[in-house]
Design a protein around this ligand. Structure first.
Ligand code: GLC
Length: 435
């Protein structure tokens, strides 16, 4: 009896102490903050993924910090935290164009087990997120490419095809816009896109210039190539859309402005990223079931081009819990969460096998049919110009914006732009190179 009592006491002792040891190594209460986007369904899906993580890691609380929609505003906010070396944000959702400019602020995921997962992702994005000395400063989260959204019901009604060139787009947009207005919808426009002076305009205008054989602004071998006839011609053409097939207010529109006009049923065509697909199909919206998605039109002297976009997760060097933050980032960028975001939000996975996943393809069929558009998207010159990409892009979108608003003609704006780019980068000028 005494012996038994002794055994019970010994057991209680062991359990109690192992419990303490367990709490020490695994149970420390940790709070992590993720700074993420709120464009479309972004915020709610990030919160959903954070909840999935917390359920499996009860000692971790994940806060989601909402950040501004426009990429430039978001960068401004991030720089405030990062330059102050603030531990307030642990994980940052960073744009595909930022790893070069921001690398110094982020930890190397190879220190936290990334070799086991990198092969699953598109190699081009891993390369994009890797510094010249081999540090992986961000995990790919979702990729993006510019697409043309078109109203199937209206093209059918007026017996028109999906446009394959910018000229065809103009002509069809003008015609159907006039017909729809005559039929009573005075708010109807032909084409909405991103014309505000911000990063989104850099994306749209790169699509115009590249699709017309006008190059990538700055070439991968560091030559300033934007001052050429094909780029000038297509920027002038786009300026002609403002106040005709597109509202005058397009020069103040970001992705979400274009989407809300489109979803209200007031546009025939829209340029946007894949996230607008799931939202446009939500029950009750005039666009639901009434639209398709295709590659963007080509210029007279080129072929269709989509700008490469997308977002990644970086862990701040100033985090108090870099290891836990890296674990969280790798969970968010892992297969389960990428699949959930693809199915529910039409966010393009960066994990190759998900493009063959039946549930993903059923929810977003164009992930399969437009696969080549995603894998051949044109990169902005962020690697060639790092760490000055942000300045380069700002000079570019300001120049294009001045043409769209009629303050300047394209020839003059692009000549000044070339000089400004020479000053900023120190690069020489050259001829546009593209396949
Ligand atoms: C999308 C893209 C991103 C781009 C931004 C511009 O979010 O994924 O790469 O910079 O749009 O508005």
């Amino acid at each position: 009896m005494r012996k038994n009592l002794f055994l019970v006491l010994a057991l209680v002792f062991v359990i109690a102490f192992s419990g303490i040891a367990f709490a020490d190594s695994h149970g420390e209460e940790i709070s992590l903050t993720v700074a993420g986007g709120a464009v479309g369904q972004e915020k709610e899906l990030t919160i959903k993924a954070a909840e999935m993580y917390m359920e499996r890691n009860p000692n971790v609380t994940v806060e989601v910090l909402e950040t501004p929609d426009l990429a430039n505003d978001r960068l401004g906010l991030y720089l405030q935290f990062l330059e102050a070396e603030s531990p307030e944000v642990d994980v940052y959702q960073i744009d595909v164009i930022w790893p070069g400019d921001l690398a110094e602020h982020f930890v190397d995921f190879y220190d936290y087990g990334a070799e086991e997962v990198v092969d699953k992702h598109f190699q081009a994005i891993i390369d994009n997120n890797t510094t010249t000395d081999g540090r992986l400063v961000a995990m790919p989260w979702f990729t993006d490419a510019g697409l043309l959204y078109y109203r199937t019901d209206l093209l059918e009604k007026y017996d028109r095809e999906v446009p394959e060139t910018w000229d065809e787009l103009e002509e069809t947009a003008q015609y159907i816009m006039e017909e729809e207005r005559a039929a009573g919808n005075e708010d109807f426009y032909g084409y909405v896109w991103q014309g505000d002076a911000y990063e989104g305009l850099t994306c749209d205008a790169l699509e115009w210039t590249y699709s017309n054989g006008g190059g990538q602004i700055v070439s991968p071998d560091q030559k300033i190539t934007i001052n050429n006839d094909k780029a000038i011609e297509i920027i002038n053409q786009a300026a002609g859309w403002v106040g005709t097939i597109s509202p005058t207010g397009v020069t103040g529109m970001g992705e979400e402005d274009a989407r809300s006009m489109w979803e209200a049923g007031n546009a025939l065509f829209m340029r946007n990223w894949p996230y607008a697909y799931a939202l446009g199909n939500q029950e009750g919206k005039p666009t639901a079931g009434n639209f398709g998605v295709s590659p963007l039109p080509a210029g007279d002297s080129g072929k269709s081009a989509a700008t490469l976009g997308g977002w990644n997760l970086g862990v701040s060097k100033y985090s108090n819990h870099p290891e836990e933050a890296a674990k969280l980032a790798m969970f968010l960028a892992g297969e389960e969460v990428q699949k959930m975001r693809a199915v529910e939000g039409s966010f393009n996975p960066t994990i190759k096998s998900l493009y063959e996943d039946e549930d993903v393809l059923e929810a977003v069929p164009f992930f399969g049919s437009l696969y080549d558009v995603f894998t051949n998207a044109v990169a902005r010159p962020s690697t060639a110009t790092a760490p000055q990409y942000n300045q380069v892009s700002e000079l570019f979108f300001q120049a294009v914006h001045s043409v769209l608003t009629g303050e300047s003609d394209a020839q003059t704006a692009i000549e000044y732009l070339e000089l400004d780019l020479e000053d900023t980068t120190g690069f020489e000028t050259g001829e546009p190179v593209q396949p």
